[in-house]
Design a protein around this ligand. Structure first.
Ligand code: 0WE
Length: 260
């Protein structure tokens, strides 16, 4: 029996078999959880349905997190299948491509800032609030994904860093308010991973090489590394943990200096 036996999880943000959401879904399934998924666009529906089926799930509903109406319809759809659930995974981020190249001060715009914060931070609150009624009366957990750019300046991540800083603060305020309802809220700050979203990013290869050489574990992290940490945080093994950012980054973020 896995440590998530009897738990039900809603996973938002599955797009391909390289998605962090896929690593998390597999790890949750391995520990005995039942799963439900969203797909963002009709183009993704077939692919997400197929991946869901591989994990024994036939709960796959449309949801674009920028649309309050779709959020409401999505959780009504979940309520038709489940009389409640225990785990919410938020693995969604977006900034317009022009925001993620060049210098921050040159690239940032009012609209780029707005979209990045709306999709990458506010959507966690929107999903959390819509999920809350179905998470009452049980030890429940919400989890989001962050990145080092929330707390350090680095090349090209630009306004996404501000959005992740907002997301981390958002996570803490949600943890503060939802703790009394028995809901824990945490984040994983993952090291860079070559996902579909990351495939268009210039300099990704260089960044992965830099992590390999710098991180104490001398390697990059995988979606399985992130998935297993997510399974722990989502489980009652982490019953005393809320409001935290757990770094799953092969130790990269603790290095202050290296000498050769
Ligand atoms: O949070 C992210 C990336 C999220 C992301 C990716 C894209 C690519 C396609 C958000 N918006 C978009 N918009 C697009 O049009 N990561 C942690 C991965 C990532 O993205 C970077 C990185 C790293 C690491 C962008 C620049 C520099 C480093």
């Amino acid at each position: 029996m896995g440590f998530l036996a009897g738990k039900r999880a809603v996973v938002v943000g599955l797009a391909s078999n390289r998605s962090i959401a896929w690593g998390i879904a597999q790890a949750l399934k391995n520990q005995g959880a039942e799963l439900a998924f969203n797909y963002q666009t009709e183009k993704l529906q077939g692919r997400v349905e197929k991946m869901a089926a591989e994990l024994g799930s036939d709960i796959v509903l449309p949801l674009d997190v920028s649309d309050d109406g779709q959020i409401e319809t999505f959780f009504s759809g979940i309520a038709k299948r489940w009389d409640g659930f225990d785990i919410l995974i938020h693995s969604v981020a977006y900034a317009p491509a022009d925001q993620l190249e060049g210098r921050y001060v040159d690239a940032v715009s009012r609209e780029g800032f707005r979209i990045a914060h709306d999709i990458s931070s506010y959507s966690f609150t929107a999903l959390g609030n819509a999920a809350r009624p179905q998470m009452q009366g049980r030890p429940a957990s919400m989890l989001t994904l962050s990145y080092l750019g929330a707390v350090r300046a680095l090349p090209s991540y630009n306004v996404m860093g501000l959005a992740k800083a907002s997301l981390e603060a958002n996570m803490r305020f949600m943890a503060y308010d939802l703790g009394p309802e028995g809901i824990r809220v945490n984040a994983i700050s993952a090291g860079p991973i070559r996902t579909l979203a990351a495939s268009g990013i210039k300099g990704m290869r260089q960044m992965l090489e830099k992590v390999e050489e710098t991180a104490p574990l001398k390697r990059n992290v995988t979606i399985d590394d992130v998935g297993n940490a997510a399974a722990f945080l989502s489980s009652d093994l982490a019953a005393g943990v809320t409001g935290q950012v757990l770094y799953v980054d092969a130790g990269y973020s603790i290095v202050g200096m290296q000498l050769d």
